[in-house]
Write a protein that binds this ligand. Sequence first.
Ligand code: PXP
Length: 246
Amino acid sequence: MTKLRLGVNIDHVATIRNARGGAFPDPVRAAKLAAMAGADGITAHLREDRRHISDADVERLTHELDLPLNLEMAATPEMLAIALRHRPHAACIVPEKREERTTEGGIDTVGLRGRLGPMVRALRENGTRVSLFVEPDRRHLDAAKALGAPVVELHTGAYCDSHGGQRQRHLETIREAAAYGAELGLEVHAGHGLSYETVAPIATIPQIRELNIGHFLIGEAIFVGLQEAIRRMRQLMDEARGGAQL
Ligand code: PXP
């Protein structure tokens, strides 16, 4: 099976920093440590309300990091202008509501196609690989393909938040969506809410090429350190993948 990449989301290092309004802990330092621990990329979400990652963080991440940066962004003119200016390796377009605690669902690729089409085109023409964060649902995958996005990230939140038979059903839905997405020629990623407990079944899905994981890793870092938490996650992903890496 192809190697499964790990994108480490560092948003919540910035959440802790912003709780006191100073400079510590520094998310860019976390990104550099993540690189040493085996992360393949760094993900950061510049939210409209700037509750964690700041504009200055994005600036530093684009200049100081050796790893590819995946910028998560809402489908707004402000965020498009920022992404065009910074030219991150990748941009993942996500839905955003000010009142939500986290990204609660996938983006409505069908209803928002009029807005998403020109954004996807502008980012691609500027050299950024575009991904759309979607629910594991054929309709949204068809729409993502029609919009010209080369990548989709499947939302794993419902799978992670459920238990027993219900979790199994969500897993099957993700498995089916990953196979369908790959059939359409899309590169398939996944993420949201993943932990040591939930990562392995997702990592066994052969069409999934990248996982983006943040909150759990930053929380676990309090107890074992960031590098140890990332190494353990990497190990679980690699074991689930069967060790063989192309
Ligand atoms: N992928 C996307 C598109 C996200 O919006 C998020 C959360 O910012 C994640 C992955 C990571 O989710 P978590 O922090 O729950 O691991």
